[in-house]
Design a protein around this ligand. Sequence first.
Ligand SMILES: Nc1nc2c(ncn2[C@@H]2O[C@H](COP(=O)(O)OP(=O)(O)O)[C@@H](O)[C@H]2O)c(=O)[nH]1
Ligand SMILES: [Mg+2]
Length: 445
Amino acid sequence: MRNDTICAIATPIGTGGVGVIRISGNDSLIIASKLFRANSGKPANDFAPSKMYYGRLTAEGFADNCLCVYFKEPNSFTGEDVIEFHCHGGVVLLNSIIKAVIDSGARLAECGEFTKRAFISGKLDLAECEGLIDLINAQSEAALTAASDLADGKLSRRIQKLQEVLKELLSYAEVSIDYSEEDIDLADKKHFAEVLIGINESLKTLAKGYSSGKHIKEGVTVALCGKPNVGKSSLFNALLGYDRAIVTDIAGTTRDALEGSYIYKGVLFNIFDTAGIRNSSEIIEGKGIEISKKYIRQSDGAVFLAEDIKLSQEDTEILNLLKGKKHIKVLSKSDINNNKAAEGFDLSVSALSGKNIERLKSMLYQMLIGKAYAGGLILTNYRHYDAVKRAAAIIQNIIEKIDIMYMDMLAHNLREAWETLGEITGENSIESVIDNIFSRFCLGK
Ligand SMILES: Nc1nc2c(ncn2[C@@H]2O[C@H](COP(=O)(O)OP(=O)(O)O)[C@@H](O)[C@H]2O)c(=O)[nH]1
Ligand SMILES: [Mg+2]
């Protein structure tokens, strides 16, 4: 079925100035000839590639003045013959044109099918395709930069370089299996180990960046927690820069958890304002407290808030919930609470005066994104992280056992490490992994 011709509306469904319809496959040009005629009179099958033609698309019951462009294989996004109609952007209009295209011999594309074809034709590797998904879905500038690096093949090139080194070792190992009577000598093994240690250093550095990379791509979640009335909702509003949560001096005002977000240094921070935690027999508040605990558990980090340096029993219980979680201890209401030094706390803030709010944002950034992201290459995708970790484990095993490892075993392990890294670019990925990746695309991409 690979050579059938697919079509989709490539622009978002809605009313707009322009709507694009994309067709890819062997019959693209035939379909365009049936539906479109340039004003110059030139039929589509005489179109020069990569040139826009203005003309008229005629279907049953209507016509639209639009542009048509033909990309000749292999010089197209999918590597196949591609036609694009740049029509007017009406929902019924575009749906009717798609129907006409289907009636002329195409079928509706599945999600991500255009990009999948680009991958199959070797136009893009798998990591680059994933970069494209991320580019489309980016929620912040930092996510966009990371996605654009991935789409441009930065990660692929880094991985391929490491694979080349592995391949060199592998061929050397294989030659020595074929030709040597005695085993490879120890000096060679020492050299092998040194090279492998170097590769593993690179892999470990990449893997280490993943926790920041994941946060850059998906945004981070931070729960504000503390007793009722310590100023969580006020801090929440101060971080967001507008009044999202209700603030009162009545303890137990916030019942449900509220979510709001801000961007700091290009990274999306999702903040949860939670119900204050205390021993309450009131049913609704009690439920809110349960929800608070859930949010605290699920967040990437937390801000613990107290209004007094002396922690009460309840404060300590809340702090206990944060054990093992990255968190910042904040003394609130510094404007009325102007103790000398907030001893035992990381920072004192005032939601009222705005004091140290920027500082808190910066500390959250340091805590959750850290220095790992200095604009360099960073892993943002679990699939890549997983492959890097597995390859590193195989290599680590070789390094540790190289002295007692037979050449054929060494070669086998090297090949396995090489193949594992190859999963990232999709050199040897299995069908189900590929399908899973492309199903995450939107229609028409
Ligand atoms: N002076 C002062 N009062 C604050 C500050 N933050 C909160 N409050 C007051 O403390 C009370 C409880 O605040 P709220 O944000 O609702 O606390 P929550 O129950 O932890 O969400 C309200 O009366 C706020 O006006 C602050 O930074 N300075
Ligand atoms: Mg509140």
